[in-house]
Structures are given as structure tokens and as C-alpha cells.
Design a protein around this ligand. Structure first.
Ligand code: CA
Length: 325
């Protein structure tokens, strides 16, 4: 009799242990499923945010395609920002903003990487740095960053041996600048980068500065042979309608006697940077794209960077973020 009771007790304990095991396994499976559901929903949210960002970029591409050079704001009114637009989305708390900035009226720092141009480019960069109130010796560091060799330029250039002494250490690019954030690697301060980006840019190819939206500082740096009277005459022409053809500019009285390279100039806008900020359901994502208008008139995106870019926007002096209405 006692033995049967003992057997029943053992069976009960075993049954309870099996139930406990099943419960534990079920709980683990449920928690794993919940984690997977949360991960899937995050991935879906990210995909929707990315689609929305690309929608903003598509709007900018269409706007750029239809942008006539004759209707661009004057450089004195808007030297940088070409278009700024906020969009209402389905939900009141969601938002999207797009900003387009001119990258054709600035000096292409990648000229420093061109072996044939590099001496001339170094002098142009030094002059422009001086014009905008920066130390002209920064030109040597900028040149070393992009030139293919490891020869230190001047007294203040930096090649690998300088950057490898930093923590963390890294090497020079020894090739074209691609992203503005590279300037931080050159150990420049935020203030210096802000000033640099107001007059300098990085182009994949040297395709000419838009003479009709150019700044006085760039004129002085690119055309150092201009005397004060000719400079005033040139600037007067630019601010009162500009030039309608490149030959009008090359043959203009104000630049007579000055050696001009026609390839350094153009009259239209081919390069624009776009910033898109999107907030959906309290989550924000950002896109920085670089657009190029081909000779055919179609616009392509040749660079895209997703991720927080508030610092970059600050360097450009932009205030895009519009999470509240
Ligand atoms: Ca180098």
C-alpha cells in the first residue's frame, strides 16, 4: 500500500517537472517570437523611412531637372540654399524636409589632386583661404591629403607620418575628397570647416565654376591679375544679369589681358547637394545625396549617405530638422 502511494508521488513529481519544462520552453519560444516580431517591425520601419527619404531625393531630382539657370536666386540673395521645402505627411506628427544647396559656385578642392594643375591650384587655394580669413598654409595640408604622393608640401603639409601619430591612427586619402566629413580627419576645427565649406567643395570631376553665381572672393582668387576697376566691372556684370554665354565672359572688357582657362568656368548648375530629413512615428532618419545634372538634362545621384548628419548641416549653416509643426 505504502509502495503504491510512493509510486504515485514520484509520478506526480515527474509530471510536474515535465509541465515546468514545457512552460519554460514555451516562455523562451514566446520571448524569442516577441523579439523577432520587434526586430521585423524595426526593419519594416527602417525600410519605410528609407523609402520616404528616397522619395524626398526624387522630389529634389525632379526639381533640379526643371530648374532653369535663369530662374536661380542671385548669389547675393542666396549663395548656398537653392530650395527648402517641408512636406505634410499623413500623420500630424510625421514630417519630411528637403533642402538643396548649390555646389557649382564653389572652388573644387580636388583640383589639388591633379598633377598638372596642382601648383596653380595650390596658389589659388592659398589666395582663397586668405580671402575668407583662414590661414593660407592649410592649403598644404589639403593638397597632401588628396595628392597621390607622400612628399610633404611646404613647411606645414601632413602625410601619413603625421596622421599615423594620432590616436586612433590612420593614413592620408591620397585621392580625391569624397565627403565633407573627411575634413574632420585633417584635424580642422568646426569653425574652420564651416568657413571652408562656404567657398570650397569637392567634385568628382573638374567641371567649372558657375561664373554667374560666383563670390567676389573666388573671383579674386581665380583671377589675381584683375585690378580694382576691372574687378568692379566684372562684379557689376555678374550682379546685373550675368553672362549669357561663356564667350561673352571670356571676351568681356573686364577680363581683357587676363589669361583665362575656359574649362574653369561654366554658366549653368550641374552639381547640387540634397539633405532630406524624415520623421515617422517619432523615429527620424537622414539622407545626404549629391546630384549631377548630365549634359542630356537628366539628373543622377552619385553619392548617398544615410545616418545622422546634423554636424554636417551645421557646418553648412543649415537648420533643416522639422520634427514639430
Ligand atoms: Ca599625399
Amino acid at each position: 500500500m505504502r509502495e503504491r502511494i510512493q509510486n504515485k508521488g514520484v509520478a506526480l513529481i515527474m509530471a510536474l517537472m515535465v509541465f515546468a519544462l514545457i512552460a519554460a520552453v514555451s516562455a523562451t519560444i514566446m520571448s524569442q517570437l516577441a523579439r523577432e516580431r520587434s526586430l521585423i517591425s524595426q526593419l519594416q520601419e527602417t525600410a519605410i523611412l528609407k523609402q520616404q527619404l528616397l522619395g524626398g531625393e526624387a522630389w529634389a531630382r525632379a526639381t533640379f531637372t526643371g530648374m532653369e539657370n535663369s530662374t536661380l536666386p542671385s548669389a547675393s540673395e542666396a549663395p548656398l540654399i537653392l530650395k527648402k521645402q517641408s512636406f505634410n505627411l499623413d500623420n500630424e506628427d510625421d514630417s519630411m524636409s528637403v533642402i538643396m544647396i548649390d555646389r557649382q559656385n564653389c572652388y573644387n578642392l580636388n583640383r589639388l589632386a591633379d598633377e598638372e594643375l596642382s601648383e596653380q591650384a595650390l596658389q589659388e587655394v592659398e589666395r582663397l583661404l586668405t580671402e575668407i580669413g583662414l590661414d593660407k598654409t592649410l592649403a598644404e595640408q589639403l593638397k597632401d591629403w588628396v595628392d597621390a604622393d607622400q612628399n610633404i608640401t611646404g613647411n606645414t603639409g601632413h602625410e601619413d607620418e603625421f596622421y599615423q601619430g594620432l590616436t586612433p591612427s590612420f593614413r592620408t586619402a591620397d585621392s580625391h575628397f569624397i565627403a565633407e566629413t573627411e575634413l574632420k580627419l585633417l584635424q580642422f576645427t568646426d569653425k574652420t570647416i564651416t568657413t571652408l565649406l562656404s567657398h570650397f567643395c569637392f567634385w568628382p570631376q573638374d567641371i567649372g565654376i558657375n561664373i554667374n553665381r560666383v563670390s567676389t572672393q573666388i573671383i579674386k582668387s581665380m583671377l589675381p591679375g584683375l585690378d580694382a576697376a576691372k574687378e568692379s566691372a566684372l562684379l557689376a556684370q555678374i550682379t546685373t544679369g550675368g553672362f549669357s554665354s561663356l564667350s561673352d565672359f571670356i571676351n568681356h572688357d573686364s577680363v581683357s589681358g587676363i589669361t583665362l582657362n575656359e574649362e574653369d568656368w561654366r554658366l549653368d548648375l550641374a552639381l547640387v547637394d540634397v539633405f532630406v530629413d524624415v520623421t515617422l512615428g517619432g523615429r527620424s532618419m537622414f539622407l545626404h545625396s549629391k546630384l549631377y545634372k548630365q549634359d542630356s538634362g537628366s539628373v543622377v545621384s552619385y553619392y548617398r549617405a544615410y545616418g545622422p548628419n546634423q554636424q554636417l548641416q551645421k557646418w553648412f549653416g543649415l537648420t533643416l530638422k522639422t520634427t514639430s509643426k
